[in-house]
Design a protein around this ligand. Sequence first.
Ligand code: ATP
Length: 503
Amino acid sequence: QEDDFKRVISHAKEYGYVFQSSEIYDGLSAVYDYAQNGSELKKNIREYWWKAMVQLNDNIVGIDAAIFMHPTTWKASGHVDAFSDPLIDNKDSKKRYRADVLVEDHVAKIEGKIEKEVAKASKRFGDKFDKEQFLATNPRVVEYQEQATTILKRLGSSLEKEDLADVKKLIEELDIACPMSGSKNWTEVKQFNLMFGTKLGATTETAMDLYLRPETAQGIFVNFLNVQKTGRMKIPFGIAQTGKAFRNEIVARQFIFRMREFEQMEMQYFIKPGTQQEWYEKWKENRMKWHLSLGMGQDNYRFHDHEKLAHYADAASDIEFRFPFGFKELEGIHSRTDFDLSSHEEFSGRKLQYFDPETRESYVPYVLETSIGLDRMFLAVFSNSLKEEELENGTVRTVLKLPAVLAPTKAAIFPLVKKDGLPEIAHQIIEDLKWDFNVIYDEKDAVGRRYRRQDANGTPFCITVDHQTKEDNTVTIRHRDSMEQERVEISKLKSIIHAAVDM
Ligand code: ATP
C-alpha cells in the first residue's frame, strides 16, 4: 500500500500533475502546486461537479464569494470557539500529531487486517465466496470489527465530551507509537484552533484582525437572502460555490489529501424545517450517484454515518473512498438545521428569513449541505486511475486510466515519420480539433514509445497519420484502455472523441 502511494506521488510529479510548492526552497509543508496537467484535471473535476450541481438543477445557482469575510462571521459560525483539533506532541521526536487521527490510523490498520482476511478467503473459496456472510461469521474478522467499533465509539464520545485526558488514555491503552520514531512518549492532548489569522489595513492602529476562510460555506450563508431575493428563488433551492479554504492542519502529510490551502466544492440547500430527513437521504443518494457516474468502481465507496455530530448538525454522513492508504472521507453530507442562519441573525441583527408566498409565513430555513474537497477528489481520481498492467508480451505498461471526461489532454496526434508531408497533415488535424478539445502534437521517438508516454499521461486517444492518410484521408485511432486501434476517416474524429469525453 505504501509503495502504491509513493508511486502515485512520484507519477504526479513526473508527469506534470502536482509539484511541491516552492520546491526550490525545499517546499512548504502540506502546500502543493498543480502543474500543467494537474491544473487541467482539477478544472475538469470542478466543471464536472458544477455542471451536475448548478447547470442540471434549475433550482441551484452558483456564487463566488470572497475569501476574506467580516471577522464576526467566524464568531457566529462557531469557528472562533470550536474549530480546533486535539493536538498531541511526541516528546522524543518533537513531532506533532492530531490525537484523533492517530487513533483512526490505528483503526485503519485493523480494517486493513480485515481486508487481508477477506482477500485470503476470497482466493480460497473462489466463486463460492460470500463476502457478507464471511464478514458476519468469521470469528477473527468479527473480533477485528468489534475492536474497531469499540475504539471509534470511545474516541467519538471522549471528543464529544471534550474529555482530552481520555483521548490520551486511549492512545496509551492502544499502545500507539509515533509513526516517525516509534516512541510512545506523548504529551497531554490540547485543543488547537485551525484558522489562519491575518490583518486588513495599513496602520497598526486601524488594522483589523481577519481570518482566511476555513470553509466556503459561510460565504453562502451570509449571502442567502441576497441570492434568494435577486434570483427570486423558492424553497427548496440551493447555492453552490467552489473556492479556496485554509486550515492550519496539524497532520500535514498524505500528500494532497490534507493540505493547508485547499479547494472546496460546497452546496447549501435551503429547505423547510421538518423536511431535513427526506433531503438528507436524497442528497446522500444524489452525491453517491455523481461519484459512481465516473465509473471508478462501486466497491471503492462507502457511507460512514456519524454518531458524533458537529455543533451545527442533526445528521451527518461521509462518503468515504478507498485511497491508497485505506478508506477515508472524501465528501461530507450534513444536515445543518437552522444553526448558521439563526446564528448570523443573532450576531448581525439582520433578519435572514424566507417568506413563503403560499402560506404567507416567514421562517429561517433549514440547510442541507454537501461538501467535497476538490483536491481530495483529485487524489481519488488520480490514485484510482494509475495502473501497472502486464501485457501479453511480458512487458509492463504504466497507464493512467482517468475517466475520459476528466483527462487533461483528450488526444495526441502523431505523424508516423517526420517527413513526406505527414507532420503537416497532423498539424491540420490539430487546427481542426483544438477548438473542441485539448490536443497535443508529438513526433519524437518511435510510435510505440509515444503511445506509452500518452498512456502514462492519461490521454484517452492517440491518432496516427501515416502514408495511407495521403491516399484516403484516414488515420488510425488508438484507445488508451483497450489499446485497440481502428482506421477512421479524419472527418469522423471529432464525433468519436466527443462521444467519449462529453459529460
Ligand atoms: P477531516 O476530518 O478529514 O479533517 P473534515 O471533516 O474537517 O475533514 P469538512 O470540514 O467536512 O472536513 O470539509 C469538507 C470536505 O473538505 C472534506 O470532506 C474534504 O474533502 C475537504 N477537506 C477538508 N479539509 C481538507 C484539507 N485540509 N485538505 C484537503 N481537503 C480537505
